[in-house]
Design a protein around this ligand. Structure first.
Ligand code: SF4
Length: 339
């Protein structure tokens, strides 16, 4: 699916009276807290983005409000932010608005309000579907709230994104997979998967320093996120991001946890390795083979430090196999062809 050109605005922590244990919005968005984003800034930024030459071919233009609980803002503030985009929606220079919010800040009236202002996608901070994990994380909502919000947005004709976090306090892989199955059955349109990390200034930092919270190790976080992605893939939920968005100062704010600048690539490498390994094992002894992979997946197939190829070779699965990297192949797919 062609990706849209996104013009992002970060409304750090605005509209949110909560304090989730993992949250330090300033660190996550790389933006200072406060009402820096106003109608003038929105108009100026949109114009600047629209007139900047684009290096990649993208389809459609979206204005995104991230980093806060948009529908927790006062209605006047929501009208101010959405209103600034309306002229660009009306003249066709912007196709739609996307924003993020909490599941318990969505109801039919809010959904209708968003829809009437050109919002096309709402991303919900679901994080977990397990009520005990949500309570331990200070989220202030439960799994049923997320279910209700997803259905409400779908009924209102909006696309739904879900943001998930693995490794929250009290979480276990079994709970995560069960929750993701439940979530996937609701058919959200897209998902983001983040590993829980300990950010400076968050409640989790206190819990980590007192020994009450132990973050996942990197390998485990990659394995769990990989399985989560497999479940979402199998249910047709588009995974648009895996791992934290790199921002200025993010690394300096991380106290502990499974942070890696290429976390998403590690997860993709894990998943492709498992698929290729199973397919090669099934064809072992079939003579000469070509393993055809998308050219853009070359580093994913190889894995960090060529680990995937080394592991396949150690299992004797690469004997007689030629690697072919195809420009036109869809990422994440591969073919095994006898030659
Ligand atoms: S709801 Fe979102 S913005 Fe509010 S504290 Fe939690 S993570 Fe941070």
């Amino acid at each position: 699916m062609p990706r849209p050109f996104v013009i992002p605005f970060f409304i750090s922590h605005q509209g949110c009276p909560h304090r989730c244990v993992f949250c330090n919005q300033h660190a996550i968005t790389g933006q200072p807290a406060g009402p820096a984003v106003d109608a003038d800034l929105i108009r100026a930024e949109i114009l600047a983005h629209l007139h900047r030459p684009r290096r990649t071919s993208r389809q459609g233009v979206q204005v995104a409000f991230y980093g806060g609980s948009f529908t927790g803002l006062s209605e006047a503030r929501q009208r101010e932010l959405l209103g600034a985009v309306q002229p660009f929606l009306e003249n066709g220079e912007v196709d739609q608005i996307r924003l993020s919010t909490r599941p318990d800040y969505i109801d039919p009236d809010i959904t209708a309000f968003l829809k009437s202002h050109g919002v096309g996608i709402v991303e919900l901070g679901v994080q977990s579907m397990d009520d005990a994990v949500l309570a331990a994380s200070g989220r202030g909502h439960n799994g049923a709230d997320s279910e209700r919000a997803i259905k409400c947005l779908q009924d209102g004709g909006l696309e739904v994104g879900v943001q998930l976090m693995v490794g929250l306090p009290g979480d276990r892989s079994g709970l995560i997979f069960k929750g993701v199955e439940r979530l996937a059955s609701l058919r959200p349109d897209l998902a983001r998967i983040y590993p829980a990390v300990v950010l400076k200034g968050s409640e989790l930092e206190n819990e980590y320093r007192s020994g009450d919270y132990r973050p996942l190790g990197l390998a485990k976080a990659v394995a769990i996120s990989g399985r989560v992605k497999e479940i979402l893939d199998a249910n047709g939920v588009r995974v648009v991001r895996i791992g934290l968005q790199e921002t200025d100062g993010l690394q300096a704010d991380i106290v502990a946890g499974p942070y890696h600048p290429a976390f998403g690539e590690l997860v993709l490498a894990r998943n492709l390795y498992r698929k290729v390994m199973t397919a090669l094992a099934g064809l072992k002894g079939s003579g000469r083979l070509e393993l055809r992979v998308a050219a853009k997946d070359q580093s994913v197939l190889r894995g960090p430090g060529n680990v995937n190829l080394k592991r396949l070779a150690a299992k004797g699965l690469l004997a007689g196999v030629e690697l072919v990297f195809e420009e036109n192949r869809r990422r994440g797919t591969f073919a095994l062809v006898t030659v």
